[in-house]
Design a protein around this ligand. Sequence first.
Ligand SMILES: [Zn+2]
Length: 462
Amino acid sequence: MSPPPSVPIRPTPGGRLAPTALLLASALLVATPSRAAAQESPSPARATGEESASPATSPAAARPQVLVVALDGLEPTLVRELLAEGRLPNLARLIGRGTMTTIECVVGSTSPVVWTTVMTGVPPERHGITDFTVDGVPATSTARRVPALWNVLPRHDLRSAVFGWLVTWPAEARSGVMVSDRAYWGRFDDKVSPPGVLDPAAYHFNGVADTSFLPRFTSWPYDADLSDRTPDDPSYAVDFLVHRRLVNAWVHDTTFARMAEDLASRYTVDLLAVYFQAADYTGHGFWKWHEPEPFRAAGVAVDDAELAALGDVVRNAYVFLDELVGRMTALVDDDALVVVLSDHGMGPGLGDYAVEGDFLSGNHRDEGVLVLSGPMVRRGVAPQERITHYDVLPTLLLALDLPQVLDHRGRPLLECFTDAFLAERRLRFEPTWGPRDGGGAVERSEHDQEILDELRSLGYLK
Ligand SMILES: [Zn+2]
């Protein structure tokens, strides 16, 4: 089969891709539409199969491994503050071999929507995950109407392992290794694909019983038994938060990290993607102790004893996540591209970001973190235009030397890569990844009500 339409990348001396290269490439594609379509549009077998390999991969460019670490709710200003204090050594090392910038939320900051957009490249109204729920049911992978990156990689004989990415239950067959976001509850079918590749139950900590890790986060005298107390009890709210937003997040993130480590010791993959939730969970729950001043100024009482015990929970969660970033980085090659990003930031739940109720005090800010790191990344480069979550997938495709997709919204962040790396790549295009056969229908489960109750009790759903 002849190669797809392509155009060499010609960075300017300043490292910027000449915009004409993109225009030229588009023009080339437009000039030969039938040929391009014949070569590039997914055949029905590909669209349905997500499994068939394609011979159309480039033989030329060296292809680095790619690691994506998704840190839900990681706030850029707090990352900078902790970096300055030397408390995030793993992120500091990554940034020293690359760059850190902010990423704008242009599809809102509802996490399942953003994380699905990151891996599909198209707007929520097209991919179909527009909220935590679809048709009143907790969103499931079956409701996604378009392929995600992990569905497309097998077409190019590339392997992926995806851990805990939002809206990946049921785990998707023929898409590499996938441990779905519902795995850690330990009570769902179809948690893992291929079946039996690992058993999440074997990794699941009983976090409520074993809270010996808590002193690294807080000196609060945690009492896990909420059963004989009511929300009027002054300690109830804090124990509820420690349980639901700190212990559970620690269990979740530690469990997924251990599964990724075990899998990586057995398999080599081209793409490793892991999702962690501790920044979002602790940020929502503990922000008024993390940053009490604006709350007190707004007339919200912040108790001094609580402040002494809980004031560092959020910071300590960031330090914990930095350790996980270091552990995940250790699973890939030294010359891998490492991408660390958040779906949104976090700030006091006041003013523009006001929240209601005693059990939430932090709320989303519409800006997240983006770190790109590796030998192919230009050190300390400032992106030339604003970056959005749409730009992540084209950048991953560039790194993996796969064709850009014309109906994806974003752009590859060419200015962030070295000339030597870009010189090895040929920018190729395909019109679309097409629809996902059978996608669009949410899958019901016997646990839907339980999940809805959980989302409501944590304030994610009204
Ligand atoms: Zn959140």
